[in-house]
Design a protein around this ligand. Structure first.
Ligand code: URA
Length: 234
């Protein structure tokens, strides 16, 4: 591929800014400065921008610590509504989409990618991908409520014969709950079903990827190679 395509993909610079960086002598290929954007390179080549190695990946994967007050949708935002993609640089926001949804008042781990197949796998109910949420609720859960949440509860879902479908088994541990489904408002509906109400909800892990504690609400970073493997399942 062309060097300007490699640099723009690996660095998230626009194609024009990547060309400028190359022409300005900021890019080296195998240690040698190359100023020609059309120069031919391959995926695994040793290419640096201002001395920092660039890793070419066909797809982008990143995590955000979603703040409260932002909606996850990309299209159906009403005017004036704050959307999670507003928190990404515009270049990136145009490329990636959020994997699944968190409610406006839910905070925590939200993954973005442009890898549609991996996102589809991560969200597929058949794959039982684990999502862990930290919660506060009122009234506090009794042992009986905890047992019911773990065993599966009726949140109003029905099969084609009109019979209730219970939620899949969940794991409770202190103030966290781990589920393998992703139905609309699922945790809130589960707590409601046992007689408690969620008062705060934060996702702390998804598919084995933990929310990075160094990210303040609204901040994001790229996934590490290990996290990408957890996410893509490959
Ligand atoms: N369950 C909910 O009720 N809300 C979320 O945002 C995520 C899971």
């Amino acid at each position: 591929m062309r060097l300007d395509k490699f640099v723009s993909t690996a660095s998230n610079l626009s194609r024009r800014d990547a060309s400028r960086a190359i022409a300005g002598g900021h890019v080296s290929v195998f240690g040698k400065t190359v100023r020609d954007g059309a120069f031919h390179v391959d995926e695994g080549d040793d290419i640096t921008l201002d001395g920092k190695p660039l890793l070419y990946s066909r797809f982008l994967y990143l995590m955000m610590n979603k703040p409260s007050g932002y909606i996850t949708a990309t299209e159906d935002a009403r005017p004036g509504e704050r959307v999670v993609s507003d928190l990404l640089p515009p270049e990136l926001a145009r490329r990636v989409f959020p994997v699944g949804r968190l409610d406006r008042d839910t905070t925590g781990l939200l993954i973005f990618t442009d890898d549609g197949a991996a996102a589809h796998r991560a969200l597929s109910p058949k794959r039982h991908v684990e999502k862990t949420y930290r919660f506060t609720c009122s009234p506090p859960l009794t042992d009986e409520m905890i047992r019911a949440l773990e065993a599966g509860v009726d949140i109003g879902e029905k099969n084609s014969a009109g019979e209730p479908i219970l939620t899949a088994r969940a794991r409770m541990s202190g103030n966290t709950i781990t589920i393998t489904e992703g139905k609309f408002h699922q945790i809130k509906r589960m707590f409601h079903a046992v007689g408690s109400e969620i008062t705060s909800l934060a996702r702390v892990s998804f598919a084995g990827i933990e929310l990075d504690g160094a990210l303040a609400p609204g901040e994001w970073r790229y996934l590490s190679p290990e996290e990408i493997t957890l996410f893509t399942g490959e």
